[in-house]
Design a protein around this ligand. Structure first.
Ligand code: NDP
Length: 292
């Protein structure tokens, strides 16, 4: 029921102010097959965008959450963008899937280039692909650490780079949103591994520097730093230590966990003209994280 209470009742309200519209925009969402990335992708579709999801697994199954969102985009949401060009060939596909590991710079460049070519434009990115690995700090190996930083930092950097290169090549402005975490600025004892927290701190600084680098091209770069969200990533952490399910809500002022739906508005805001003078900033959405 909490989830229902938090889910926006009328998604059309995002169109109340025209500057929130993403009509005709083409946005890439890495980690868009599930979790936060998929939920944000759906919000962008509702705001009028065509979305290309990147993820590392094979095409999502017909009964997956991704397939349901793609079908909704084809049917219920299709009327909003009737008659516009879309990369789906028949004009009806508005959510596309591409398999790629974000650590693969060459493959990313190729896929992002082909998306921009096919759509004739590229307007935005949400970099949500990320991993978590919980191992004691005393047990962590160099390979574990390289993997964590490889996906959460280098993967995010390379995805942003591939997108910015296309925008600059096309003389297009754009907005990039990198998903950080409140764990990038707070320390967790015995909860989440230090390498994850270090990777998320790096994302914040990466975004600020990329914002400075690419600002002259009209490319904005911001981060969203979420608190604990109920997704498959946290489900694994709850499974490992069930008491966390009860304890974690105490870590914020609202005394509850959050749901991916609660980050929809932030994604639309940061990708749209509603945030046109905002860059190098962090939008922290963590229920008012505070000490236990
Ligand atoms: P999920 O694990 O549910 O989703 C992450 C997605 O990223 C998965 O589909 C995963 O694919 C994909 N992915 C992972 N590695 C790669 C890779 N190398 N290349 C391409 N895709 C990859 O996580 P969440 O939705 O919870 O997290 C999304 C983002 O939000 C992450 O950056 C996370 O760190 C951040 N975040 C999450 C919080 C939470 O409480 N859940 C809190 C704060 C931040 P696969 O299915 O193969 O794993």
């Amino acid at each position: 029921t909490l989830r229902q209470e938090q889910t926006p009742k009328n998604p059309q309200t995002s169109h109340l102010l025209p500057e929130f519209s993403l009509r005709d925009r083409v946005v890439i969402v890495s980690g868009g097959a599930r979790g936060l990335g998929l939920c944000q992708a759906e919000a962008l579709l509702e705001a009028g965008a065509v979305v290309h999801a990147l993820d590392r697994l094979p095409e999502p199954a017909a009964d997956s959450a991704f397939a349901r969102v793609a079908e909704r985009a084809r049917t219920e949401l299709a009327s909003e963008t009737d008659g516009r060009k879309s990369g789906g060939g028949d004009g009806s596909e508005r959510l596309h899937y591409h398999r790629v590991d974000v650590r693969d710079q060459a493959a990313l460049g190729e896929i992002v280039g082909s998306i921009a070519e096919r759509e004739g434009r590229l307007d935005g990115l949400i970099a949500a692909a990320g991993i978590q690995q919980e191992t004691s700090a005393l047990e962590y190996t160099a390979a574990d650490s390289d993997r964590m930083l490889g996906v959460n930092v280098t993967g995010v950097f390379m995805t942003a780079q591939a997108v910015a290169r296309e925008m600059i090549k096309r003389g297009q402005k754009g907005s990039l949103v990198l998903i950080g975490s409140m764990s990038g600025t707070v320390a967790n004892r015995g909860l989440i591994c230090p390498a994850y927290n270090a990777s998320k701190a790096a994302v914040l600084q990466l975004a600020r520097n990329l914002a400075a680098e690419w600002g002259e091209h009209g490319i904005r770069v911001n981060t969203i730093s979420p608190g604990y969200i109920v997704t498959e990533m946290t489900a694994g952490l709850f499974e490992a230590v069930p008491e966390r399910r009860a304890a974690w809500p105490d870590a914020n002022m609202l005394k509850r966990l959050s749901y991916p739906e609660e980050y929809r508005g932030a994604a639309v805001f940061l990708l749209s003209d509603a945030s046109s003078f905002m860059t190098g900033a962090d939008l922290r959405i963590d229920g008012g994280h505070c000490a236990w």
